[in-house]
Design a protein around this ligand. Structure first.
Ligand SMILES: *Cc1c(COP(=O)(O)O)cnc(C)c1O
Length: 407
C-alpha cells in the first residue's frame, strides 16, 4: 500500500486568494460598471528593464549557433553572474562575500522552502507572525510542527510583529535553533536597523542558532542607514544564510532568477557538536536536485549589474515607491495607522476593525482590492496590506476613490 506523508494533512488550506477572488467576482457581478483596481497581489506589473531584455535576446541568439550554443551549465550558476553578484551586491557594501558562496537558482521561494532539508527534525524554529507562508508550510510538510490549534501550529515559536515592537519582533525568550527573518518585510513593509539586526546575529552566535535572512525586497531600501545585507553585520557570516531574488528587483517574477548566499564559515552542528559547513551540504543538495537556471536568464540577470541595468532597476523600484508614497499620503489623510511603503512596496494599514471587514469596505465603497492581513498570521488581524505594484494612474485613482468614499 502506498501511503502518504501525513504531515501534509496538517497544512491549512490557503483560502486567502480564492476568498478574495470570490468576493471580487461577486462585487463585479453586482456592479458591472465599476472598474475594480487591484492592489492586493505581490506581483510586479512593469516590464523587464531594457538592459535585461537586450542581454536576454543576445543570449537566445547564442543558443542558435553551434559555436556559441550552451547545454548544461554549472548547477551553482555561471561564474559571470556569481562574480557580478559578489562584487555588486556584497563587496560594494563592505560585505566580504565571494562568488563561490553564491548559489544561483530559479527562485527565492524554492530556496527558502528547500533549505530546511539541511536540518534535523528536532530543531526549534522561530517564525515571524505575520509571515510569508512558505517558511512555515515547508516546515509543516517536513514534520517539524504539531497540529494546527487555534490558528497556530504547535511546536513553532512565533515571533509577533506588532505595533508595540514597530513590527520588528523581539528576541525569543526560549532558546531556538533556526530563525526566519525577512526585511524589508512582506507583508508589513517594516525595516530592521543595523543595531536591531546585530541583536539577532549576536543571539544566533550565542545560542549556536542559524538565521535565514530573506532580503527579496532589498532594492527598495532608500534610508541610507539601513543594512542591505545581513553580512554588513559583524559575525553574521558564521550564522546566517541570505536569500535574494530578481523577482521584485528587476521584474523577474515570470522570468525566474534568484540566489542564495552561504558563506564558507557558516555552520550547523552534528550530533556530537562538531561544526559542519552548510556550504558543502547545500552544494550537494543543489547539484543533486537542481540543474541550473537557463543561460539566457542568467545573462538577463547579469545585465542588472551593468551601468544601464543599475539605473533602470533603480528607476523601476522608484516607480513603485512613488505609488507607495501615494498610498501613505492617502492613509495619512484618512487618519489610519500604517507602516511600510518607504523602503518597501507594501503598506500595512490598521483599519480599527477585522481584516475582512476592512477588505469588504474598501471593495464595496471604492472598488479597491487589498489583501486582508489575517491571511498572513494571527498578528495580521485588524490589518490590510496594500501593494504598490500597479500603474501610477491606477494607484492615484484608487486613492482618490478611497478618500472620496471614506472621508
Ligand atoms: C516575492 C518574494 C520572494 C521572491 O520569490 P521568487 O521565488 O524569487 O519569485 C521571496 N520572499 C518573499 C518574502 C517574497 O515576497
Amino acid at each position: 500500500m502506498i501511503t502518504i506523508n501525513e504531515h501534509y494533512l496538517k497544512l491549512q488550506a490557503s483560502y486567502l486568494f480564492s476568498d478574495i477572488a470570490k468576493r471580487v467576482a461577486a462585487f463585479q457581478e453586482q456592479n458591472p460598471e465599476i472598474e475594480i483596481i487591484k492592489l492586493g497581489i505581490g506581483d510586479v506589473t512593469r516590464p523587464l528593464p531594457r538592459a535585461c531584455i537586450d542581454a536576454f535576446h543576445k543570449a537566445v541568439e547564442e543558443m542558435a549557433s553551434e559555436a556559441s550554443f550552451r547545454g548544461y551549465g554549472p548547477e551553482q550558476g555561471y561564474a559571470f553572474l556569481r562574480e557580478a553578484i559578489a562584487a555588486n551586491d556584497f563587496q560594494a557594501r563592505g560585505a566580504d562575500i565571494q562568488a563561490d558562496e553564491i548559489f544561483v537558482s530559479d527562485g527565492a521561494k524554492c530556496d527558502t522552502g528547500n533549505i530546511q532539508e539541511l536540518f534535523s527534525q528536532d530543531i526549534k524554529i522561530a517564525i515571524p507572525d505575520p509571515v510569508y507562508p512558505v517558511y512555515l508550510d515547508t516546515n509543516v510538510m517536513a514534520g517539524r510542527t504539531g497540529a494546527y490549534v487555534d490558528g497556530r501550529y504547535q511546536g513553532i515559536v512565533y515571533l509577533d510583529s506588532t505595533k508595540e515592537n514597530n513590527f520588528v519582533p523581539a528576541l525569543p525568550r526560549e532558546k531556538v535553533d533556526l530563525i526566519y527573518l525577512c526585511f524589508p518585510n512582506n507583508p508589513t513593509g517594516s525595516t530592521i536597523s543595523t543595531a536591531e539586526l546585530k541583536t539577532w546575529v549576536d543571539y544566533a552566535r550565542e545560542h549556536q542558532a542559524l538565521i535565514l535572512f530573506d532580503a527579496a525586497y532589498e532594492i527598495f531600501i532608500r534610508d541610507q542607514s539601513l543594512p542591505h545585507t545581513i553580512y554588513e553585520i559583524e559575525g553574521a557570516k558564521e550564522v546566517a544564510i541570505e536569500f535574494r531574488s530578481y523577482s521584485k528587483s528587476a521584474g523577474f517574477t515570470g522570468t525566474r532568477c534568484a540566489y542564495t548566499v552561504i558563506p564558507k564559515e557558516c555552520t550547523a552542528y552534528d550530533r556530537n557538536g562538531g561544526r559542519q559547513p552548510l556550504h558543502s551540504l547545500w552544494n550537494r543538495r543543489h547539484c543533486t536536485k537542481f540543474n541550473g537556471v537557463s543561460y539566457p536568464v542568467q545573462r538577463a540577470a547579469e545585465a542588472v549589474y551593468s551601468e544601464e541595468g543599475k539605473t533602470q532597476t533603480r528607476e523601476l523600484a522608484d516607480y513603485y515607491l512613488h505609488n507607495a508614497a501615494s498610498v501613505r499620503r492617502a492613509m495619512q489623510d484618512l487618519g489610519f495607522f500604517f507602516v511600510g511603503g518607504e523602503n518597501s512596496p507594501y503598506v500595512w494599514i490598521n483599519g480599527g476593525r477585522d481584516s475582512w471587514d476592512f477588505f469588504d469596505m474598501l471593495l464595496n465603497k471604492a472598488g479597491v482590492v487589498c489583501t486582508p492581513g489575517a491571511g498572513f498570521g494571527r498578528c495580521g488581524n485588524g490589518y490590510i496590506r496594500i501593494s504598490a505594484f500597479n500603474s501610477h494612474e491606477k494607484v492615484e485613482k484608487a486613492m482618490k476613490r478611497l478618500k472620496d468614499a471614506l472621508s
